[in-house]
Design a protein around this ligand. Structure first.
Ligand code: HEM
Length: 418
């Protein structure tokens, strides 16, 4: 505390709403610079995120503690100022309260276990040829475009692939996919032009409900069918609300994050021809590029809050019961304390790294193996199909997403070449 005071850092600043020391604002596109400042300021730093006062955990070691701390809960009912702070902020209301992401302990296990079955190695191996076929189709469509006109690879490549994969896994019929994705993109703030109003949320709920009901009558090889079967076998293990929340969570968590990963990897590699060459000549594996992107340019910037269930102290900072802590995944990936003095350099020859981009502990991302497979297949197919591919804009000219949650650019213009 004395050291913090000497640094001009007041851990009590920003406890009340809304006088925080740092304002995290999606309108100021300086994520990595902000994170450098936050990491330097202390292990837990008071911020306001979309008007919500919280403690930001930006250092790797502190984030690891936060993600596994027994007295920090994802259960939103522990949030003391829940009623006095701006409602409907995306940072913590993105998924329905009854989903596994917001549950702890026995409830969390009950909600997570049945879904974990969908991500077994066997299921993923079954999905692999489908992912490859989808990727090939997208690459073929790109090859039909004029080679000397810029193409936005976020829109034409990174976006559709995970969208179709997650729809297949969950069991979303083709005729509902467009409408469902439009609504969930709005809720997940994939683009700032989309509307995240209560009406949009309601429409998303109605459509998902309809799809789930239809699936009950026409079972298939998919997650909705699995969850229905489980309910029949095991009584009321999952309530209707919880089943809905599970599907919604997978649908949102499984899409935009992977779009960001693929977009960020393309950007990092296109602007570093030496690194791309290592992949093309087989000196490095595409999985190394995926892991390095996850560390260096995490698809999630700031996500979910955890709430102190009692007064606690973490790395010398005292938290009061009910105060929220924000996990800063992108910041932890560039922490020199963990990744050395070159932490801010993208280098796929780095040894395998223990990044936290998929979280850690009980809420560790269920879709991590799927996201990894998708990104690997996508990058390999793209860079093999277009040997002359080149960026069509400088990285500093690309607008970032207008959200605290996602870390990516709104577009990825490239020239595909002959
Ligand atoms: C949880 C990141 C892709 C499903 C999480 C968490 C992170 C994360 C950081 C943990 C949050 C916490 O500890 O509070 C990512 C990233 C992805 C990705 C960076 C892509 C690059 C996916 C995919 C799916 C998925 C493809 C599903 C198909 C989930 C689910 C949870 C989760 C269900 C909640 C787990 C729980 O609460 O027990 N993800 N995710 N994610 N992710 Fe992912």
């Amino acid at each position: 505390r004395e050291q913090q005071a000497a640094d001009g850092y007041d851990p009590d600043a920003g406890r009340g709403c809304p006088h925080a020391r740092f304002v995290l604002d999606p309108a100021t596109p300086s994520l990595h610079a902000d994170n450098d400042r936050l990491r330097a300021a202390g292990p837990l730093v008071p911020v306001t995120a979309e008007g919500v006062p919280a403690w930001a955990a930006t250092r790797y070691a502190t984030l690891l503690t936060v993600l596994t701390h027994p007295k920090l809960s994802r259960d939103i009912r522990h949030w003391a100022t829940r009623d006095t702070c701006p409602a409907g902020t995306a940072i913590d209301r993105i998924v329905t309260d009854t989903s596994m992401l917001n549950a702890e302990g026995d409830d969390h296990r009950r909600l997570r276990t049945p879904v974990a079955g969908a991500f077994t190695a066997r299921r993923l191996q079954q999905l692999r040829p489908k992912i490859e076929a989808l990727t090939d189709r997208l690459v073929d469509a790109l090859a039909e475009l004029p080679p000397d006109e810029p193409v936005d690879l976020r829109k034409e490549f990174a976006y559709p692939l995970p969208r179709e994969v997650i729809s297949e896994l969950i069991g979303i019929p083709a005729e509902h996919q467009d409408a469902l994705h439009e609504l969930s993109d709005a809720v997940a703030q994939v683009s700032d032009t989309l509307d995240d109003s209560p009406d949009v949320r309601r429409a998303l709920h109605e459509l998902l409900d309809r799809i789930i009901e239809e699936r009950r009558d026409t079972p298939g090889e998919d997650l909705i069918t699995d969850l229905f079967r489980l309910r029949e076998k095991d009584g009321d293990r999952l309530s209707s609300d919880e089943l809905f929340a599970t599907i919604e969570l997978l649908f949102i968590a499984g899409h935009v994050t992977t779009v960001n990963l693929i977009t960020n990897a393309i950007g990092a590699l296109l602007n570093r021809p030496d690194q791309l060459e290592l992949l093309r000549t087989g000196q490095c594996d595409y999985s190394a590029a995926v892991e390095e992107t996850l560390r260096w340019d995490s698809p999630i910037a700031y996500f979910p809050m955890r709430y102190a269930v009692q007064d606690i102290e973490i790395d010398g900072v005292r938290l009061r019961a009910g105060e929220p802590v924000l996990a800063c995944f992108a910041a932890s990936g560039r922490d020199p304390g963990q990744f050395g003095e070159n932490a801010d350099r993208f280098d796929i020859t780095n040894p395998p790294n223990a990044h936290l981009a998929f979280g850690h502990g009980p809420h560790f991302c269920l879709g991590a193996p799927l996201a990894r497979i998708e990104a690997e297949i996508a990058l390999k197919a793209l860079f093999e199909a277009f040997p002359e591919i080149a960026p069509a804009a400088r990285p500093e000219d690309l607008a970032p997403l207008d959200t605290l949650l996602g870390n990516s650019t709104r577009s990825m213009p490239v020239l595909l070449g002959p």
